[in-house]
Design a protein around this ligand. Structure first.
Ligand code: ZN
Ligand code: ZN
Length: 109
């Protein structure tokens, strides 16, 4: 059991940590389905996000069971990608946020 794991960005408690790879996985297939050629730019942005994130505790990803020490919640990650996408294509960013915030409805204040 994990106790007291907090997101390094928003300080909210993380109940089930998910590694960045698992988070980007569903987003990548979404981009693919949309036939949008943002794949490369998206990958670069993810790398960018990781570089800017401070590493924290080593935890096990709830989905793929690999070890990760980026303690970032899905809401913060989605928000980051949303902001980035908004600079490329506003309409697409809105679609994106609709698709990826079904499970985290508190994302847009
Ligand atoms: Zn967060
Ligand atoms: Zn994972």
């Amino acid at each position: 059991m994990l106790t007291g794991l907090k997101c390094s960005r928003c300080s909210k408690k993380i109940d089930a940590p998910v590694c960045i790879l698992c988070m980007t996985d569903s987003m990548e297939s979404w981009f693919d389905n949309k036939k949008i050629s943002l794949h490369k730019a998206f990958k670069e942005e993810v790398r960018n996000f990781m570089n800017k994130s401070t590493k924290g505790r080593r935890v096990t990803c709830d989905i793929c069971r690999s070890q990760t020490n980026y303690n970032v919640c899905q809401a913060c990650f989605t928000k980051h990608i949303f902001t980035w996408l908004g600079n490329q294509d506003k309409k697409l960013a809105v679609e994106f946020v609709k698709r990826f915030t079904e499970s985290s409805s508190r994302l847009i204040a």
